[in-house]
Design a protein around this ligand. Structure first.
Ligand code: BES
Ligand code: MG
Ligand code: ZN
Length: 471
């Protein structure tokens, strides 16, 4: 897709965008019949084929709409029309869009082409597909085009890995992908196998991995900028490629959804791709503790007491609370070995957060006002919303153990997402700017491109926006 600042005389393909207000004002200039089918409402598309070519009338709704809604319109337009749209120079008439909104439109066109398995064969990804738009300078269009492509590359990679069935994403497959990705984008890639993890004392991570048929891969990926005094973001993503629950086996009814238990990791992956393609002036250290949570004769058992990387002991009372185990070591390894300004972990961590918020927002926990407010603000802006929940110390009472420093679940059926956050807090080594995002309800859900639940891409736009706009 190329964005070009010009307007020729003849186009065989035109995208004409209208708000409802604008359509009311100008509809009289168009064929009367069109008004029978088109009113400018959000998501409305009217395809008008005429002698010279084809015009897509696209409704974007009320003029008071928020920027992210333009992306939603473009995503849906792309999902429904991508098969018809031709890779030819296309005129965009959108006097209702400002620069930011046009950016959202371009992003949506690309993002909306995603389906599983992803093939970039649609018109929008074709170099011959040109969007001609007069209202913005070529320089601005170049920036928008680059951003849109970087974001779509990040988000579609995120979605693609999450959507893959369990047999196509074993730890070695995913690790190989990450290794090649690091090479492509010049990122530093480090991965600790089981032997190395044992030496390092990553006991909480290993407790989950010991039941796996696959070697451990505690993975660290670093993106570095040349810019001096840049801020450093530490990102930890839960990467359980499939969560059976382990010996505390899950009910089979919804177990297939547990291929999405790497949603934290894929959000981080998408963000890394965006940062690297945009060459953002920040540093990112990403830790992805990769494993599955399997059943085998080596699997960890309820009652096990294990020693985490930071020396704290954990009584395992439920092997299905495995996410907090691997994150514990991810967080303390990050805190002890890297100097980061912000420490953010993302995880499909609890059913509790799903029951609380459904797919409306992720649950946010933070020990820092600035970071908390920034995340909420960015979530509202990108429509990847977060809602803040407490980290009060009373929530620690129920995870006190008789045989260890802490136990991995409370025995009460109350607020497990808060319990889990409180558990993680014991492993951040007093990092002053930490946030935990429980994204279990928003990562995998109803999407426009699949019949069943599938990857939403949650987290990529949120983090990309946060990191890009932080100064
Ligand atoms: N991966 C699950 C959480 C999850 C649930 C993600 C639903 C996406 C959708 C996590 O590892 C888990 O199993 N959590 C348990 C914890 C419980 C045993 C304390 C849960 O929430 O049921
Ligand atoms: Mg589990
Ligand atoms: Zn899990």
């Amino acid at each position: 897709m190329k964005l070009i600042n010009k307007k020729n005389k003849n186009y065989t393909q035109v995208f004409h965008l209208f708000t409802e207000e604008e359509w009311t004002k100008t509809s009289k200039n168009f064929n009367k019949n069109i008004s029978t089918f088109f009113t400018g409402k959000k998501h409305e598309v009217f395809v008008n084929a005429h002698e010279e070519g084809i015009t897509y009338f696209v409704g974007i709704g009320k003029s008071t709409l928020q920027n992210f809604e333009i992306q939603q319109v473009a995503v849906k337009f792309s999902q429904t029309q991508k098969g018809k749209v031709q890779p030819v120079p296309t005129l965009v008439i959108a006097d209702c869009l400002n620069e930011r909104q046009f950016e959202e439109f371009a992003k949506g066109l690309l993002i909306g082409t995603y389906n599983y398995p992803f093939e970039k064969t649609h018109a929008f990804w074709n170099a011959k597909f040109e969007l001609h738009f007069e209202n913005l300078s070529q320089k601005k269009l170049d920036t928008i085009g680059k951003k849109a492509e970087a974001l779509s590359n990040g988000q579609t990679a995120c979605q693609e890995w999450l959507n893959k069935p369990a047999n196509l994403k074993k730890p070695d497959t995913f690790s190989l992908y990450l290794k090649n990705l690091a090479k492509k984008y010049d990122l530093k890639y480090t991965s600790f196998n089981r032997k190395k993890c044992e030496e390092l004392g990553l006991g909480a991570y290993l407790s989950v991995n010991q039941g796996s048929a696959y070697d451990a891969a505690f993975t660290i990926i670093e993106y570095k900028t040349n810019v001096k005094n840049a801020v450093t973001f530490g990102l930890v993503g839960k990467c359980v490629l499939f969560d059976t629950g382990g010996i505390s086996l899950k009910n089979p009814d919804n177990m297939h959804y547990m291929k999405s238990d790497m949603g934290g990791a894929t959000a981080v992956l998408g963000t890394l791709i965006y940062a690297a393609e945009m060459q953002l002036p920040v540093n990112i250290v990403a830790i992805l503790p990769i494993t599955d949570n399997a059943i085998s004769e080596n699997a960890f058992l309820p009652s096990d007491v294990i020693t985490a990387y930071n020396g704290k002991t954990i009584e395992v009372l439920n092997t299905d609370a495995e996410g907090r185990m691997i994150l514990a070591d991810g967080l303390s390894y990050m805190a002890k070995n890297f100097k980061t300004d912000f420490l953010i972990d993302l995880a499909t961590l609890t059913g509790s957060s799903v029951r609380m918020f459904g797919d409306t927002c992720g649950a946010l926990f933070s020990n820092n006002e600035e970071l908390k407010n920034l995340l909420i603000k960015t979530g509202d802006k990108t429509n990847q919303r977060l809602w803040n929940l407490p980290l009060w110390d009373v929530w620690k009472d129920d995870i006190q153990s008789d045989v260890a420093d802490i136990k991995n679940i409370s025995m009460k059926p109350i607020g497990d997402c808060i319990i889990a956050a409180k558990f993680l807090e014991q492993f951040i080594e007093n990092h002053p700017k930490w946030a935990h995002l429980d994204i279990a309800g928003v990562t995998f859900g109803n999407v426009g491109y699949a019949k069943e639940k599938a990857a939403t891409g949650f987290g990529v736009q949120l983090l990309a926006d946060l990191i890009e706009n932080y100064h």
